[in-house]
Design a protein around this ligand. Sequence first.
Ligand code: PLP
Length: 380
Amino acid sequence: MTYLDYAATSPMRQCAIDAWREHAGALNPGSQYASGRKANAVLQEAREQIAELLGADPVEVVFTGSGTEANNIGVRGLYAASRARAGDAAPNRVVASTIEHPAVLESVRALEAAGADVAWLSAGRDGHVTDLTPLDTPAAVATLMWANNESGAIQPVQEAAERAAAHHTPLHVDAVQVVGKLPVDFHALGATTLAASAHKFGGPRGTGILLAKRSPAPQPVIVGGGQERGIRSGTVDVASAAATAAALAEATREMEQEQTRIATLRDDFANRVLRQIPAAVLTTQEPALPGHAHFLFPGANADAMIMLLDSRGIEVSTGSACAAGVTRFSHVVEAMGYTEAEGGGALRVTLGEGTVQGDVDKLLLELPEVVRRARDVGLL
Ligand code: PLP
């Protein structure tokens, strides 16, 4: 099997499996007796290691159940904190980009349904947000993803953080696709909260990280026993926290060399696709994640491409959410300005740690024929 969908999830690194196994027996880190203190020591070590790797203080590391949860807390929790702090005088404005992952987009839509006034940051055909002007007016919360999960386009988060800070607007950054692939320094960035997800960099699925400044801190989205500074109640999974720290440490150690290797493979692959397949469009434009290649094959049926490749042992995706196995036209591709006729045949190929030349060669061997057949099926 040839796996080329690393942006969806990545296999657990051996070091993460080892760390998880070592601490699988850890008990409740909130308990006061010896086994609780022992579990807590492992948890704090993981917290310290993650903090150091991401340029944060240990107290700013909040473990969550997923990247989705970290994003919900960041967006909805900061909005609630702003509104609570400033009372009726608080702006009910939210600034968000149109290309956010559903975890953020649906959080913003929930705020909108509850009365928030949303100013949208739009993106161009190259996948990059074009105009940050809405950040120059105070808002209860602003949110911008660091890199897009479909196109791989890296967004101007540093500039966004500076412009938001100039108006005391708390900024949430969805860095789920970036952490473990590019250097992240939370303090240097100056965002208020930042979301990451362990399974994107070889950690366990079901573990997220929210970096949250001491102040303003997001209000919780769920309430309970007050763990994790009261920001995310619930008993923390110590083994997963240790595995996450191990995976992030290894990903960071290998980052420079590995990302150069992956980018070289990706560039060569993308150029060959553009040469071999008529009317192919590469939407991934620099600055972009090193492992991403997102294509549009106008007139091709996306589901047919995925299924035909699957039947040949190659696993890739369209990059956008699918409901009941049927791909919908991606809101990201649409927000980039493509019509459904242009952007319906989307294919996302994402390379990662285990990818070798033979994997992309195998895909290249099959792809021209697969696109031809998927074009015969058409957009339906
Ligand atoms: N944000 C982005 C940009 C993502 O790519 C993803 C996962 O696909 C998420 C958030 C959600 O992360 P999780 O799968 O940990 O809930």
